[in-house]
Write a protein that binds this ligand. Structure first.
Ligand SMILES: Cc1cc2nc3c(=O)[nH]c(=O)nc-3n(C[C@H](O)[C@H](O)[C@H](O)COP(=O)(O)OP(=O)(O)OC[C@H]3O[C@@H](n4cnc5c(N)ncnc54)[C@H](O)[C@@H]3O)c2cc1C
Length: 382
């Protein structure tokens, strides 16, 4: 079977579906999204903690978040389904004096962009967020505009509206090769046939490197398991708490209804495609988080799940057209920020494909930064 499309998108996760929606809303609807799984959002997008925040280390990333936050706030008006955005805020904590200096400097850049972030002394943290263990705390930043939204609803909204606008989503079909005509993209080969088209977008999440290889491009994105746990209903913490994160340990918690949702990135865990939930990871998380939220000692874990972060070497996404291969676009390596950055990524990829100036400077996301040894340093990594 051979089909034709103006744009072929590999991956029906948040990124691929946002790109499809943004293209279709700009009039490019002969778009085919292909996913190897039987349902959309089966990859990382279905495992996200739903966090949305404006604190990043580079203005472009802040602007990405601002676009996403605004879309999540008004999601129902655009997509007919609420994103369930809850502005509970984000509280970043640090016990490292040099990191605190960096955070304070970055808050000036963020404030200049309109982010209502506040720097809090340990005493201010203690008086506003009494569940945090103060020992060794150097400071924290709090942004009341941040919060949590429902990735499943957002995914559904993107998919539904894209389909309504004429996009085709093909499931249970794996892209196995990328067709080239000299150095130009000509289409893709799949387990079900050929799709011809001059534009291919790699939105394959943790599989981005494998899809890049099909076109001979090295995309430095690797999969890492990340686990999340949810307690039984728990009343020993306030009913309203912000997403609260300790930067040094990457451990975090937030409310999930009456329960508490907990997570942490383990820096010693090797790259893999495993998504099993194991006891060892849970024990490490509990040991770590009890040191700074001692009240959790009385909590019981009810359930847990794991998914894959698609991690780039500098924890910043890789977005743009591959210069050597016209028609091959990357939207990869979101390193734990792909839910909140999915709306803006969809918009800029659609703008690039249509030959428009992207609404945000994409230099920090360029693949070329790795060869030039100019990484985009990110402080707020969880
Ligand atoms: C535990 C956890 C918590 C997270 N919390 C947050 C958070 O709080 N906030 C936030 O912003 N982000 C968070 N993230 C990150 C976010 O979920 C991801 O960055 C985002 O979902 C990436 O979306 P994606 O579409 O690129 O990838 P995916 O959702 O993985 O989609 C890629 C798709 O490509 C398909 N695919 C791959 N290869 C092929 C092929 N050859 N042919 C066809 N199809 C293919 C896959 O089947 C998959 O469906 C979290 C992630 C995890 C795992």
């Amino acid at each position: 079977m051979t089909d034709n499309a103006d744009v072929i998108i590999v991956g029906a996760g948040l990124i691929g579906l946002s790109i499809a929606y943004h293209l279709a809303s700009k009039g490019i609807s002969n778009v085919i999204v292909i996913d190897k799984e039987g349902v959309w959002g089966h990859g990382s997008s279905g495992r996200s903690a739903g966090g949305v925040r404006l604190e990043f280390s580079h203005p472009s990333a802040v602007k990405f978040s601002q676009y996403g936050l605004e879309m999540f706030r008004h999601f129902e008006d655009i997509f007919g389904i609420s994103s369930s955005f809850n502005a509970c805020g984000y509280l970043f904590l640090t016990r490292d004096a040099s990191k605190w200096t960096v955070m304070q400097n970055l808050s000036l850049m963020q404030q200049a962009l309109g982010v209502p972030v506040k720097c809090l002394s340990p005493q201010e943290v203690a008086s506003q967020f009494s569940y945090v263990q103060m020992e060794g705390l150097v400071g924290g930043t709090f942004c009341a505009d941040d919060g949590i939204a429902d990735p499943g609803a957002v995914l559904y909204g993107f998919a539904r509206r894209a389909i309504d606008l004429g996009v085709t989503i093909r499931l249970d079909e794996q892209v196995t090769g990328i067709l080239m005509n000299h150095n130009h993209i000509a289409g893709v080969k799949t387990t079900k046939g050929i799709v011809m088209g001059g534009v291919v977008v790699n939105a394959a999440g943790p599989y981005a490197a494998a899809v890049g290889q099909m076109a001979g491009v090295e995309i430095p994105v690797r999969p890492y398991r990340r686990s999340i746990y949810v307690t039984t209903p728990f009343s020993k913490l306030p009913q309203t708490i912000p997403m609260t994160l300790e930067l040094e340990t990457t451990s975090y918690l937030r409310r999930e209804g009456d329960s508490i949702l907990l997570g942490m990135s383990d820096p010693h865990e090797p790259s893999s495609y495993h998504t099993d939930v194991d006891h060892q990871t849970l024990e490490k998380l509990i040991d770590t988080i009890l040191r700074w939220v001692p009240n959790l000692a009385e909590a019981s874990i009810m359930r847990g799940w794991a998914g894959l972060y698609e991690v780039s070497p500098d924890d910043t996404a890789i977005i743009g057209e591959v210069p050597e291969i016209p028609g091959f676009y990357m939207a990869n390596g979101f390193s734990g920020h792909g839910f909140m950055h999915s709306p803006a990524t969809g918009r800029v990829i659609a703008e690039l494909i249509m030959g428009e100036e992207p609404f945000v400077d994409l230099t920090p996301f360029a693949l070329a930064r790795f060869n030039a040894d100019r990484p985009t340093t990110e402080t707020f990594v969880i």
